[in-house]
Design a protein around this ligand. Sequence first.
Ligand SMILES: Nc1ncnc2c1ncn2[C@@H]1O[C@H](COP(=O)(O)OP(=O)(O)O)[C@@H](O)[C@H]1O
Ligand SMILES: [Mg+2]
Length: 328
Amino acid sequence: MPVLEIVDLKKRYRKIEALAGVTLTVKEGEIYGLLGQNGAGKTTLVKIMLGITRGWEGKAFLLGEPAGTPYVRARVGYLPEDHRFPDYHTGYSLLDFFGQLLGMSGAERKKRIPEMLEQVGIADRMDYKIRTYSKGMKQRLGIAQALMHTPDVIFLDEPTDGVDPVGRRDIRELLLQLKKRGTTIFLNSHLLGEVELICDRVAILRKGKMIREGDINSLTKQKGRFLIGLAPGQTMPMDEIRTLGYDINPREERWEVHLTDGQGIDPVIDLLRTRGLNLRHLVEKRQTLEDLFIETHDEDAGKRPKRPRREQTEEIMVVQPIDEDRKP
Ligand SMILES: Nc1ncnc2c1ncn2[C@@H]1O[C@H](COP(=O)(O)OP(=O)(O)O)[C@@H](O)[C@H]1O
Ligand SMILES: [Mg+2]
């Protein structure tokens, strides 16, 4: 059973179509990222799932029950966007307060709170007032709050927004730890690079419409594009490679091969070997999520998608470059 199942979800705020028919499924144990610029509809979707926003159309199930079912809420954690905890609380007293609301006993809270604060890495500050916390510490406290009752699924709305790079990395690591324990994580973000690092699958939302969905690898993999480098002074037998049916073109000091359906790169490598050429560089080109985002943005605006710029494209090393000076 999927943790989240959304079919053709629609939500209007008067003239604004916040969600224009979104369909997505989140499986147990995965980190799912909902991406999109501000105003795309991410927060609206999460609030519908939690029963905070009403008056929508479509199907929305959370843990097998219709979105907003009260008892399901007890199995769900939530870090709202722009949360403001009363800052006269300390980290400890805030969690104690939430623990009481959740119906946890005094003994349970006493055990659980320090554990939680330890887990998010702010145990040493638990007796300080929240007003002395940095944005990153407040986000960590917010995550601790969302995890107090050991939920099966957590919704994090912009968990790393306003957090410095070190804090962001820590939050990412924390989420990966949670995933290991089997918690399903749904996160909203307008920060693409972040999400790329930890999400199993993502959906890209734009003006309430879902324009892409899938696992990061398949979304960012450009179909068969390889860059090949030979030892200095060696020439690529381009004509021969073209005779084999490959599309190959020089690119600065290297050569780029575009594969078509069913083609693999191996015959090209084999040919180079039989010609006694030395392969020095072989990388598979991959788009970053940001390239994809820009591309989908342009498509949506009716422009022809631009080919991703070279420097934006991530390289996956297939063969490590060999130190030219080193003799075999
Ligand atoms: N309570 C509301 N009343 C009216 N419009 C809203 C309300 N909440 C959100 N919207 C509008 O719905 C759209 C989606 O907003 P939101 O879900 O907050 O997007 P995101 O979280 O992706 O930034 C925006 O155009 C926003 O202005
Ligand atoms: Mg939002």
